[in-house]
Design a protein around this ligand. Structure first.
Ligand code: GLA
Ligand code: ZN
Length: 665
């Protein structure tokens, strides 16, 4: 197998760096800038990210550019063998721009325009903003597109939020006109006869807001889809000049773990590489940290799945995260585990926020490579250096290596929006992500790699596809599931699946709608339980807790494997299996705890004979498949030593320790 290509130009190993803001230290540059470079090398960094919020320093007045300082920074990086991740500065705009052109500022859902301040406070539809972004991006691309330090473009920062200004409302109406063609089609898709909401003119349509219409589900979904499309369009606008001057340099924008305001699966289509910012809330308590490790693993896999390719860990804190309600320090060793975990799940970089703590500003107490004391003799630096100098050099062969996953977990942003907006069951607290993480946990504990995909992705090549709470079935998904099962795949879904179509209209003729035949069931009613109330599922001679959501289903072709123990639906099916073609489709009718999910998935994994590396007690095993074989990342997030069993051997992994195991192919 050929060695995989590294993502950023100029770095052959895992990218190791972080957000660097030398412009905050212009006056001290003779001392501080030199120290920054020296300390970066001392830590084993090979890259730094610059220019992320530098617009006011690059264009201090409209049309007057000041690149001298950035020239010096870029040259300094190059001379010191460091690769530059260079940002476009659109994440925050200069005061002069907002003052002269107020239309660039964002309008909130309450109809008020924001004042200058903060960041991410701009309108993506404003032609003025777009023109100004194009100018500064073109200047950057012309000046640095061929600079030998340049390895990667970092577009803006954490695209997020929405704007309700008249310009955005107008573009939204155009989006709807193009999507539906006619008001009649739109009215039908949005079920607008309800509460007399029929639109007779596109001009009557406003973005959903608390001061107006907030509960027409088709409208809300289309607004979210539109916000994603505007962001995609803005991103393409941003990269235009960069690609023109430097087509060889990849582009990314940094995403956020649990952010659901954008359909990242759509945004990822236009990124050369996915990157994201990871700030797990480690507690220092072993039990809680095991759960945090699982959730963080889930988010890494979510990011990997967006392109089914290695990604970059664009930001992480080497210690405290200042915006958390409790900015607890990372305990000794946590930095290394957190960083290795990212690589284990498919990251080709470990990057920090931030290189040096600022003297002022709201992030002056956020963890950093260099603290206010100014030198490198700190505990945190010691951990970064250990990671950079001792551990990373062992991982050069991992760069670009994929993860060999045979299990797919379906997470769909649009389905998540529909679940969040639905009125009924548990009123928007229906717990989509929580449920996905619960199912994910059963594989995480077994050391079985999982790829997280959306409903639009191909199902080919997976031995098992798990799609809990597929409330909305997007166009084409049910057909793909059917073909997959008929072709020999195993498919698992759960209660609350197959209720609505793309525009949130209920399927008629019985749930789970177009999946009824594949699953061989009819879900007649959905029971929501009060907190503390419980039912149980009897399966395989055992009884498992069922709570929160219990669906009353009929087996219509499927075999009932398990049944309810209590309430007026005692004895009715709670777990079914349908044989279709060469495959099988399972339905779990109620929400259960990890006990049931562990047992159920272990029995399936056993039948499928998929390789598993069970850890337990906070021991996580992830795999990357490279040119010479596989690397097993065995990471112990627990406070006890664990024995990892491999081919009859027992390998001790100390508390908060790890083992990297090479297996030849
Ligand atoms: C985000 C941002 C950074 C910084 C960090 C702090 O991820 O992208 O600019 O604010 O948070 O944790
Ligand atoms: Zn706007």
């Amino acid at each position: 197998m050929k060695r995989f290509e590294p993502i950023a130009k100029g770095v052959s190993g895992i990218l190791h760096g972080g957000d660097y803001n030398p412009e905050q230290w212009l006056k001290w540059k003779d001392g501080i800038w030199k120290e920054d470079l020296r300390i970066a090398k001392e830590a084993g960094l090979n890259s730094l990210s610059v220019g992320i919020f530098s617009w006011a320093m690059l264009e201090p007045e409209e049309g007057r550019f000041c690149f001298d300082w950035l020239d010096e920074v870029m040259d300094g990086l190059h001379k010191n063998g460091l690769t530059a991740v260079l940002a476009t500065p659109s994440g925050a705009r200069p005061a002069w721009l907002a003052q002269k052109y107020p239309e660039v500022l964002r309008v909130r859902a309450d109809g008020h325009r924001n004042a200058f301040g903060g960041r991410h406070n701009h309108c993506l539809s404003s032609q003025v903003y777009r023109a100004k972004v194009k100018i500064i991006n073109t200047e950057l691309a012309r000046r640095y597109g061929k600079h030998p330090a340049l390895g990667l473009w970092h577009i803006s920062n954490e695209y997020s939020g929405e704007c309700h200004c008249p310009l955005c409302q107008a573009v939204f109406r155009e989006y709807l006109r193009a999507k539906y063609g006619s008001l009649e089609a739109l009215n039908e898709a949005w079920w607008s006869a309800f509460w007399s909401h029929r639109y007779t003119d596109f001009a009557q349509i406003e973005a959903p807001s608390p001061r107006g219409e907030n509960d027409t589900h088709g409208l809300t979904l289309d607004w979210k889809r539109f916000t994603t499309e505007q962001t995609v369009d803005f991103y393409l606008h941003e990269i235009g000049p960069l690609k023109a001057c430097a087509p060889q340099i990849p582009c990314t924008t940094n995403l956020m773990a649990g952010y659901t305001g954008l359909d990242y699966a759509r945004l990822a289509e236009v990124l050369d590489v996915v990157s994201w910012d990871n700030y797990p809330q480690w507690t220092g308590s072993s039990e809680k940290d095991e759960q945090i490790a699982l959730e963080t693993g889930y988010f890494h896999d979510l990011m990997y799945g967006l392109k089914k390719k290695p990604f970059l860990l664009m930001e992480s804190s080497p210690s405290a995260t200042n915006w958390r309600p409790v900015a607890k320090l990372h305990r000794p060793g946590v930095h290394i585990l957190q960083s290795l975990q990212a690589i284990a799940h498919g990251a080709d970089s470990v990057q920090y926020f931030q290189m040096r703590k600022g003297r002022g500003g709201s992030e002056k107490f956020h963890g950093a490579v260099i603290d206010h004391v100014g030198h490198e003799n700190t505990r945190v630096f010691g951990e970064i250096k250990k990671f950079g100098r001792e551990i990373l050099p062992q991982l050069d062969h991992i760069v670009g290596a994929p993860k060999p996953a045979k299990v797919a977990l379906v997470h769909d942003y649009v389905n998540g929006w529909a679940i969040e907006g639905m009125r009924g069951a548990l009123q928007g607290e229906t717990g989509y992500t929580k449920t996905l993480m619960a199912h994910y946990g059963a594989f995480w504990r077994q050391g079985v790699p999982v790829e997280i995909i959306d409903q639009g992705a191909s199902l080919e090549g997976y031995a098992l596809v798990v799609a809990p709470m597929s409330y909305m079935l997007r166009e084409g998904f049910a057909d793909r599931v059917k073909a997959y099962v008929e072709g020999g795949g195993r498919f698992v879904t759960s209660y609350f699946s197959g209720y609505v179509n793309d525009t949130d209209l209920c399927f008629l003729g019985g749930f789970p709608g177009p999946l009824k035949e594949v699953l061989g069931i009819w879900a007649e009613e959905l029971d929501a339980l009060y907190p503390g109330d419980e039912n149980a599922i009897c399966w395989n001679g055992k009884q498992y807790r069922a709570f929160e959501l219990c669906e009353l289903i009929h087996a219509q072709g499927a075999e009932a494997l398990g049944s309810y123990a209590g309430d007026f639906y005692a004895g009715r099916p709670a777990l079914t299996a349908m044989t279709l073609g060469k495959g099988k489709a399972y339905y779990i009718a109620a929400r259960t705890g990890a006990d049931f999910l562990d047992d159920f998935y272990q029995s399936l994994l056993g039948e499928l004979k998929l390789p598993a590396y069970p850890g337990g007690g906070g021991l996580s095993v992830q795999i990357r498949a490279h040119e010479k074989g596989e690397t097993l990342f065995v990471i112990n997030f627990g406070a006890q030593e664990r024995l990892f069993k491999l081919d009859g051997e027992e390998i001790p992994v100390e508390a908060h320790g790890f083992a990297l195991i090479e297996r030849k192919s």
